[in-house]
Ligand binder design. Structure first.
Ligand code: SF4
Ligand code: SF4
Length: 354
């Protein structure tokens, strides 16, 4: 076998039906026709993957759910001494075999940020790790950039298969699906028929053409020191961020934002420890118990958001920018703040002053 199969458009549902017998398959799907809201949901027979329009929400919830039960607890009274009790803990893992089909390269690459933080540090996040180990990515070679996309500006591109197990390559009449890792090749080879020589050649050509595209005008890597120079210039940050209403939607839609809070939800003698998404754009996120807040205004908070992605993270992780250029924060910000413009102005202003 070549490690590739061809799937005609009208055979895609059959393939997903078969795959969903072995995996929990997530696909981008239409959630609301009226608003055109596309997000990742679990495939069920009859559901159609949306592969030609981008999803508003990224697939990050698949490995990092917006609300996740970490464990359940019950206080158990000692029947002989009712003032004493023990705590019975039950870990909660939802980590069966999972396949993400049809994510874009930016989304799959977004999990590289999570990998650095949740897997490669001194401590591993076992909840993320188990899901990561059990999840395969079949990533679409992207044909649908818009003016908010800038994946090439952050070291990636529309055919970048970093972190992918399979490439889904659109050609006339359907898709060539190519295995890229051992697990991906194994799955592909048991899932269909090899493409004809013409189909294989068309897929190679499509990959080459897409890889040659430059999505985004500027190189937005290498800004780590510019941020440091502008750190205390609050006039600069006020100018950039004055319209911000601190809604936090930029962090909600972002495939590389991973702030979270931990809370206990209890009723009577039992309850759950939950992890929920949080946002560094919220005042309460950094409010300390005694009332001090190191990021009291939206200026400090947005500076942190930009600094984290384009300065602190690359300084810590070998130059890796923790933004995949998906453009979601630009599309969804209600006051049209454009992170590309803010980053660019860091350098331009710094250069102007030099
Ligand atoms: S989406 Fe826009 S308005 Fe909302 S917090 Fe982010 S930058 Fe501010
Ligand atoms: S910061 Fe904006 S463009 Fe970058 S990964 Fe997050 S949502 Fe996408």
């Amino acid at each position: 076998m070549s490690g590739k199969i061809f799937v005609a458009h009208d055979a895609l549902s059959g393939l997903l039906d078969d795959l969903s017998k072995k995996f929990k398959v997530w696909i981008p799907q239409m959630m609301d026709q009226a608003s055109g809201h596309i997000a990742f949901g679990v495939y069920a027979p009859g559901k159609k993957p949306e592969l030609t329009r981008r999803s508003r929400l990224s697939p990050k919830k698949i490995l990092f759910p917006s609300m996740d039960t970490l464990f359940k607890f019950t206080y158990v009274k000692d029947p002989k001494d009712p003032v004493r009790y023990t705590i019975d803990l039950k870990e909660s893992f939802d980590n069966g075999p999972t396949l993400v089909f049809g994510a874009r390269p930016c989304d799959t690459r977004g999990f590289q940020t999570f990998d650095q933080v949740f897997l490669k540090g001194q401590y591993k996040d076992v909840y993320y790790e188990r899901r990561r180990q059990n999840t395969l990515f079949a990533t679409l070679v992207c044909q649908d950039s818009d003016t908010a996309c800038f994946c090439s500006s952050v070291g990636s591109g529309p055919a970048d298969m970093t972190g992918s197990d399979m490439a889904v390559i659109p050609i006339e009449g359907g898709y060539v699906i190519e295995g890229l890792t051992d697990a991906g090749r194994k799955l592909v080879e048991t899932s269909g028929s090899a493409p004809s020589p013409e189909q294989a050649a068309a897929a190679e050509q499509m990959k080459r053409n897409t890889a040659a595209l430059k999505i985004g005008e500027d190189d937005l890597t290498g800004y780590a020191d510019d941020l440091t120079r502008r750190f205390t210039d609050m006039d600069f940050w006020r100018e950039q961020v004055s319209p911000c209403i601190t809604c936090g939607v930029c962090t909600w839609v972002c495939p590389t934002c991973y702030c979270f809070s931990i809370t206990d939800e209890a009723s009577g003698m039992s309850g759950e420890r939950m992890r929920s998404w949080d946002s560094c754009m919220f005042y309460l996120y950094t409010l300390e118990a005694r009332g001090h807040n190191p990021r009291p205004t939206k200026m400090e908070r947005y500076r942190n958001r930009v600094g984290h992605k384009f300065s602190y993270f690359p300084k810590k992780y070998d130059g890796m920018v923790s933004c995949c250029g998906c453009g979601r924060c630009i599309r969804t910000c209600p006051v049209s703040i454009d992170i590309r413009k803010v980053v660019k102005e860091l350098k331009e202003t710094a250069d102007d002053r030099a």
